[in-house]
Design a protein around this ligand. Structure first.
Ligand code: 3HC
Length: 290
């Protein structure tokens, strides 16, 4: 299949990052969000990031303009009627995703592949909301999408080999390295790293070590670009809690049980960088100030 038009559902942190990467690779992209304000924020974040690259001399003004010209924002999902490939990047909640996929199934052309950027859900539960399960799979990107090289392609028991091949090739055209992951909550990466992240939160909760020492130890001891707690703030504590709840419910393994501290922070609205407070405190531009 020759993919020309790509649809992205959701223009939040992940959706806007995916939109940017897809448009950068020369595809025409339609990005949907439910309201104008959310769409505007997402599109502005793309413009902001592209401008930063121009300022650093890493992107030409012409390329920035061609990327922006390739992106069309919409609040009307029926605009996906001519898309060849759609990536859904809404909140990791099964009911919401099933509703989106059912709508996409009715709107998109018969040949279109529908991918979910779910980070912890079983893709078959989402695919079952459509009448084209063979053309549904997971495409799990990592945050920040323009920087992170990995995409997990998640094949369900119903996904066809052809769909997997087309999606793998598409991921590679976006400049990503693709791994084929099992349709089991957490797939490969998040299933492994959840254990480490939960252990880091518990170490803080049990006052075994302080926040900065936990982060410095992991960052420098494993040569990572940032500390684990800092990374959790970047991903979003509500997103992580939803993911851990799902892993725990699925595997019934105590190693995935979400720490009480995480639940309390989410209840308090301390969602990480996006809300100004998580394990660290941030200014309105997302810079760490405490
Ligand atoms: N969007 C786009 N580009 C970004 C970015 C963003 N949000 N944040 C940083 N960048 C780019 C910068 O523009 C810069 O690009 P350049 O090299 O072309 O100039 C480059 O990344 C480095 O940025 P900075 O110099 O500002 O800062 P750092 O060197 O500290 O890098 C970081 C920031 C890229 C976030 C780095 O710390 C990092 O890679 N951290 C780890 C991220 C990670 O592990 N992500 C996975 C999370 S898990 C996940 O996503 C799964 C999901 O299911 C939850």
């Amino acid at each position: 299949m020759n993919i020309k038009k790509v649809g992205i559902v959701g223009c939040g942190i992940m959706g806007s990052g995916i939109t940017q990467v897809v448009a950068h690779s020369g595809y025409s992209v339609t990005v949907f969000d439910i309201n104008e304000a959310a769409l505007k924020t997402g599109l502005e974040s793309i413009r902001f990031r592209l401008q930063k690259s121009v300022d650093k001399g890493k992107l030409s003004i012409e390329k920035r303009e061609s990327i922006l010209a390739g992106i069309r924002g919409t609040t009307d999902i029926s605009d996906f009627g001519n898309c060849d490939f759609v990536i859904e990047a809404v909140f990791d909640n099964l009911e919401i995703k099933r509703k989106v996929f059912s709508e996409l199934d009715n709107i998109c052309p018969k040949h279109a592949i529908l991918a979910s950027n779910a980070s912890s859900l079983s893709i078959i539960d989402i695919a079952a909301a459509t009448k084209r399960m063979d053309k549904v799979l997971g495409m799990h990107f990592f945050n920040p999408v323009p920087v992170m090289k990995l995409v997990e392609v998640v094949k369900t028991i119903a996904t066809s080999e052809e769909t997997v091949e087309i999606s793998k090739e598409f991921g590679e055209k976006l400049g990503k390295t693709v791994v084929i992951a099992p349709d089991m909550p957490g797939y490969i990466h998040n299933r492994l790293t959840a254990v480490l992240s939960i252990a880091a939160i518990k170490m803080l909760e049990d006052k075994i070590a302080g926040r900065d020492d936990i982060d410095t130890a992991l960052k420098l001891g494993s040569n990572l670009p940032m500390g684990r707690l800092e990374l959790l703030d970047m991903v979003g504590l509500d997103t992580l809690l939803e993911g851990y709840e799902n892993l725990y419910q699925t595997y019934k393994d105590p190693k995935y049980a979400p720490p009480l501290l995480l639940k309390q922070m989410v209840a308090a609205g301390w969602l990480g960088r996006k809300s100004g407070r998580g394990f660290y405190i941030y200014d309105k531009n997302g810079n760490k100030i405490g």
